[in-house]
Write a protein of this length. Structure first.
Length: 326
C-alpha cells in the first residue's frame, strides 16, 4: 500500500493515467552494477535460508540490527526524540534503550525478509500471517463502494501490501513517486513470482483524483498514509489534529474523495513479530457511509482525522519500536 498521500485540489485537471502496475518494468533504469550487487545479496540470503531456515535468517537480522544499534548514534538520538514525544511522562533509560534496540533489530529483520520474499514457498508465507479484524474489511467490501484504509508511517507497509494481495484482496496504494533502486529491483521479481502482486494498482503522490475515484468505484481496498511530517505543497488539503500533545497538519485529500464515493473508512496497522510473523490489524470502521446522505462536512473530516490521530497515538504507545519515519 502507501507511504505518502498527497492529493491535488485541482480535481478538474486534464486526465492522466498514473497507475503503475507492479511489473517487471519497474526495474528499468537500474544500472548493471547495482543489479549485480542486488543479485549477490539476494543469492547470499537465499543460501543462508536454505542452510539455516528462516529462523537462521531472523537471527542474522537480529545480529545485524544490534550492530547497527551500536554504530549509528545519530539514528539512536533521533529515535529517542520520537519516544520522548510519544511518552511525555518519560521513560526509564533502560526501557528507552530496549525499545530503540528492538527498533533497529525489527527493521533489519523486516528488510531481510522483504529482500527474499519471492524465494519462499507460498504456504510458508501464508502461515506467518495473523489477520485481526478481517471481518471489518470483508463487510465493508460487501457494500460495494470500496474501502479506504488509513495507514500511518509506523510498521512495514511494503510487506503488508504484498500480504494483503496474497490473501486475495484487490489492492491499490498511494505512495511517493521516489523509489530506491533496490526496492524497484525487488518489486520486479515479486511481480514475476506473484501474479497477485503484479495486479496491485500503485498511484503516486501527485496522482490526479480521477484515478482514486476509479479505485473506489471498482470496489478496491485503497490504502495511504496521511500522517506526513511536512506538507509538500501549498495546494494540498490538510486538517489540524492533536497528537502526542502537539498540533500537526495531516493530509485529507484521499479521505475527502472516499467520503464522496461513499467508501467505508477504516484504520489499519501492521505489526512485526518474532521469526517473521506478521499481524495485520484492521480496526472497526471509523465511518460507514449512509447511502441516503453523503457529503464531506468540515466537522466530519475533523472528527475522522482526530480519531485517526488518536488511533496512531494508541498504536505507537502499544508498539513503540514500530515508529518508522526516523
Amino acid at each position: 500500500m502507501s507511504r505518502v498521500d498527497a492529493i491535488p485540489e485541482n480535481a478538474a485537471s486534464p486526465p492522466r493515467v498514473d497507475e503503475d502496475p507492479a511489473g517487471p518494468s519497474k526495474s528499468r533504469g537500474i544500472s548493471w552494477n547495482d543489479r549485480a550487487k542486488f543479485w549477490a545479496v539476494r543469492a547470499f540470503l537465499a543460501a543462508w535460508v536454505s542452510l539455516t531456515s528462516l529462523k537462521g535468517l531472523y537471527l542474522l537480522g537480529r545480529w545485524f540490527g544490534y550492530l547497527e544499534y551500536l554504530i549509528n548514534a545519530r539514528r539512536r538520538r533521533r529515535y529517542r526524540r520520537e519516544l520522548d514525544a510519544a511518552f511525555p511522562e518519560g521513560l526509564t533509560t533502560a526501557r528507552s534503550r530496549r525499545i530503540i534496540r528492538s527498533y533497529f533489530q525489527r527493521t533489519r529483520c523486516d528488510k531481510l525478509y522483504y529482500l527474499i520474499f519471492d524465494r519462499l514457498p507460498r504456504e510458508k508465507i501464508m502461515r506467518r500471517i495473523r489477520f485481526h479484524g478481517r471481518q471489518h474489511l470483508d463487510e465493508a467490501l460487501a457494500r460495494g463502494h470500496g474501502v479506504y484504509v488509513m495507514l500511518s508511517h509506523h510498521g512495514s507497509h511494503h510487506v503488508a501490501g504484498l500480504l494483503m494481495a496474497l490473501l486475495g484482496y484487490r489492492c491499490a496504494g498511494i505512495r511517493d513517486r521516489n523509489e530506491g533502486a533496490l526496492r524497484r529491483y525487488v518489486q520486479a521479481h515479486y511481480a514475476e513470482t506473484f501474479p497477485e502482486y503484479a495486479a496491485i494498482r500503485v498511484l503516486y503522490a501527485d496522482t490526479f483524483p480521477r484515478e482514486i475515484y476509479r479505485c473506489f468505484n471498482e470496489n478496491l481496498v485503497l490504502g495511504s498514509a496521511l500522517d506526513v511530517n511536512r506538507v509538500r505543497g501549498l495546494a494540498l488539503k490538510t486538517c489540524p489534529v492533536s497528537i502526542f500533545g502537539q498540533q500537526r497538519e495531516f493530509l485529507t485529500g484521499t479521505l475527502q474523495i472516499a467520503l464522496r464515493c461513499k467508501a467505508t473508512i477504516c484504520q489499519a496497522f501492521v505489526v512485526s513479530r518474532s521469526n517473521f510473523y506478521f499481524r495485520l490489524i484492521v480496526k472497526p470502521p471509523l465511518h460507514v457511509p449512509d447511502m441516503q446522505s453523503g457529503g464531506e462536512s468540515p466537522e466530519l473530516i475533523r472528527d475522522l482525522m482526530q480519531q485517526y490521530a488518536d488511533g496512531i497515538a494508541a498504536h505507537v504507545r502499544e508498539h513503540p519500536d514500530h515508529i518508522s519515519r526516523v
